[in-house]
Design a protein around this ligand. Sequence first.
Ligand code: M6R
Length: 606
Amino acid sequence: MCGIIGILGKEAVADDLVDALRRLEYRGYDSAGIATVDSGRLDRRRAEGKLKNLQKVLNTQPLAGLTGIGHTRWATHGAPTEQNAHPHATSEVSVVHNGIIENFQSLRASLEARGVRFDSQTDTEVIAHLITEELHSLGNPIKAVAAALKQFEGAFALAIIFSGYDNMMIGAKKGSPLAIGHGDGEAYLGSDAIALAPFTNEITYLEDGDWVVLTRENMIIRDMDGTVVQRERQVVDVSTMAIDKGEYRHFMDKEIHEQPDVISDTLSGYVNFTTGKVQFEEMPFSFKDLPKITISACGTAYYAGLVAKYWFERYARIPVEIDVASEFRYREAPMEKGGLMMVISQSGETADTLAALKYCKQQGQHIGAIVNVRTSNMAKEADVVWPTMAGTEIGVASTKAFTCQLTVLACLAIQAGRERGTISEELEKELVHALLEIPREISTFLKDESQFEELANSLSKARDVMYLGRGLSFPLAMEGALKLKEISYIHAEGYAAGELKHGPIALIDEKVPVIVVAPKDYLFEKTLSNVQEVASRGAKIVMITDAQNVDVGNEPLAVIQMPSLHDFVTPLLYAIPIQLISYYTAVQMGTDVDQPRNLAKSVTVE
Ligand code: M6R
């Protein structure tokens, strides 16, 4: 889960490489580097930490050259030091890599046995040495790469340049994403279209096993067997790829505030405003005939799926199995043929989710993908794609992608209920009406955030925080805890409120704030009893509720007053306060909100 870029330019490429890396920083940001070929000679600059450190190095030691590659890293093998930063190079070959070479230890051992010396702890360095070794024996970079690629196991997207070759770059893709950008007398390689957006909107996506020999004028793509193949050249909409914070302090803040608009956009793709009903393009299956739905996803997307489980089971009376993709992919779950498997993913590239999808395909499931990136691998693999219209999400903490995923899932649950005859026309209209109210409700809610600043003051002093919820609010409690952990680094747990007394209540004392997601639904009274249980053990309670004047047993730390809504749509609105709680707490603590430590936006390694 790193970002890679390659440019065959008409002018010096160092600045453009850094610019592209800035757009790729969401994929990893613990070190960065670039390399160029200048007058036939390879050279590189690398720096530990954020891109600004690399920029500083380049300010004092600039790099010339019209051909170059760049990398922004999320460390897998070896600490995030300058020594381990990409590009990895010999005097003849320089390479940037996204992915993991799984057999790097055995390759490294054989190279070392043949006298090769390594400078880093990375898996990537074997690529540079192996290609160099093949180059010495075969005398030609193209043959050398072809021979080396056969020896790598695992996932990789590569961009490779060679000393003595000012007009050639080789790219290869297996598992990790890689796109070719077509310019006017220029050519590019990049992890995604976002990186290439300032240069071109004409893109060719490589398929797994493809490798390309690229010059400024030409490209030849071959598959794994060395056969020349044609891949479609497409024009992508780069207007949706703006990565500008505008007037906001952080991307996360901006993305939270974009939710009324992007939820509206998403709804307009799935709701017929004239009939007040949901509408989907024809699907390759009928919900009526499905024995079961299986959902698999990671992180926040998994919590969206968990909310959907409640919706599908309650409103469409269809059994739903859900598991995190990293577990599901290896569980060897038996599956009745003809079921529906749904993946949910902002990026559409998450390695574990993609693997879960592939497993289900083999098991004869229909595959539906809810993704934010329509050109992603998951979208390509699925039988049917239900896009979210969230626009590019840059903040590592997922916000607008989550609520747009919920929007699509809510529409799908209504569609399923209609097809299965479990909801009436009236109920469908009532649910759709409630969904259509959400953008306005969020917009109104976001008008006054003063309370969150105050609350963040107290939460930022806590060592542990507990989030509680029942029913549809249980996944939200887990999502709230995840958000708090990932950007404020406060230890937080999300629990089903009724489960607390089976162990975790032992953690409760007056130092532990307990945030309760409690819309006044059919489970409210039960949640309230659980709140009394923790309050009587001294916990400081934060209630997020539409109930008025609730007695929580002692003076609450805060009550976040919500408007009353249809039960069905509460997760969409209640997501907002939990996002704001984590955002304001992180700001208060002075953490790097958009690029929190140890994380990356797109997790393309397992
Ligand atoms: O791109 P995906 O939606 O597949 O990503 C899944 C998770 O990595 C992601 O939701 C992660 O948990 C977020 N950082 C949470 O805010």
